[in-house]
Design a protein around this ligand. Structure first.
Ligand code: NAD
Length: 358
């Protein structure tokens, strides 16, 4: 099969980690008999420098002409908050998510066996293993609701942010979560604050309706405060965790940290139609850019998600994940995941080792 992949290399370490990932994708192609056409898409600070805006005209159309989008990272101090919105890389990130309709953000948080000692939790908790998938609603809720700030007569300035969710928005993210669970351990934990919030009561009622359609999936409601606690007490209990935008923002960072390094964690953002977007959860790490120090694993594992969810090629995805696990089990470490005194390799060497493992 031939697949067309949009590459947004971006800023900072973006180009370095995308380069290594492309090598891995090509190696999978050789091994499994696929070919790939790459379309370079200019976006982020580098686009501001080249054409004067971070999200050049036609970016979304170019991405839509591809089967999937792979993003390194965008941003850096050069294009800070003192710059006009159209020059800031973050503007481009929000725009691409909106234009591609990417309402579902998937973040697996798995403790890779060779790095169990990187888990900050109690040893006996880590030993039980962590392998959960956070499914976060990405285009609704309080981050997108109406906001206001006004002067009151007796209480100074007051500000409001509106949290709104429709049944349609809840149902489509819920369905995504149940479908993911069917491919995994068949458990969904739906996180809300139904004891307080009206949006959460609608969320819960909608999830219950969906749960009836997936009798094979074990379903539970979890209050968000309890979920935050359970994630550090016993994360092994979770399979798929689905929640609204703001709760998901906070809980997915918590889930990431319990598995160790930021340089290891991939993500996928999916809409109703292709293309989906795949990216590491970390940023552009300007402090180590261009020094062959960045860990490419999060981006390489994002490519594995691309094979699994966009190309529906599970064996290829498994092969990438196994190649990463073997590199780690064989003791290869970039600086971010090395213990003091341990030998360290660079971005390119890590890419090469993983390629050779496929
Ligand atoms: P960051 O994730 O870029 O870096 C945080 C720390 O982690 C740094 O010390 C960095 O060196 C390290 N790190 C990150 N990725 C690494 C990797 N792959 N290998 C080794 N070490 C790694 O977060 P930040 O410093 O807060 O942000 C830097 C820039 O990235 C900002 O401009 C921010 O807006 C942007 N950003 C972009 C995205 C994105 O493109 N999706 C996401 C988050 C932040």
């Amino acid at each position: 099969m031939n697949f067309k992949i949009a590459l947004i290399r971006g800023d900072g370490i973006g180009p370095e980690i995308v380069n290594e990932t492309v090598k891995v994708i090509d190696r999978v192609g050789e091994k499994f008999g696929h070919t790939f056409t790459y379309v370079d898409v200019l976006m982020g600070g580098c686009a501001t420098d080249t054409v004067g805006k971070s999200y050049p005209d036609g970016t979304a159309e170019l991405c839509r002409s591809c089967d999937a989008v792979l993003l390194g990272a965008v941003g850096g101090p050069k294009w800070g908050s003192d710059k006009p919105a159209e020059q800031r890389p973050e503007t481009a990130l929000l725009a691409i998510r909106k234009d591609l309709g990417l309402y579902a953000n998937l973040r697996p948080a798995a403790l890779r066996p060779a790095l169990a000692d990187a888990c900050p939790l109690k040893k006996e908790t880590a030993e039980k293993g962590i392998d959960l998938l956070m499914v976060r609603e990405l285009t609704g809720g309080i981050y997108f609701g109406k906001r206001d700030k006004y002067q009151t007569e007796d209480r100074g300035v007051e500000a409001t942010d509106l949290m709104a969710y429709s049944e349609m928005e809840i149902e489509r993210i819920g369905r995504r979560a149940f479908e993911m669970a069917m491919l995994r351990k068949k458990k969904v934990s739906s996180v809300d604050k139904a004891n307080v919030l009206e949006t959460s009561r609608l969320w819960r009622a909608t999830m219950h309706r969906l749960a009836a359609e997936y009798p094979e999936v074990q379903y539970e409601d979890v209050l968000v405060d309890n979920c935050a606690m359970q994630l550090v007490r016993d994360p092994g209990q979770f399979d798929v965790v689905v929640t609204e935008n703001m709760f998901g923002d906070i809980l997915s960072d918590e889930a990431s940290m319990i598995t160790g390094s930021i340089g290891l964690l991939p993500s996928a953002s999916l809409g109703s139609t292709a293309p989906a977007l795949y990216e590491p959860i970390h940023g552009s790490a300007p402090d180590i850019a261009g020094q062959d120090k960045a860990n490419p694993i999060a981006t390489i594992l994002s490519a594995a998600m691309m094979f699994r969810y966009s190309f529906k090629l599970a064996a290829e995805a498994d092969a990438i994940e196994a190649a990463v696990d073997k590199a780690l089990a064989d003791g290869y470490r970039t600086a971010d995941i090395a213990h003091p005194g341990e030998a360290v390799i660079g971005t390119r060497k890590m890419g090469e080792v993983i390629c050779n493992n496929i």
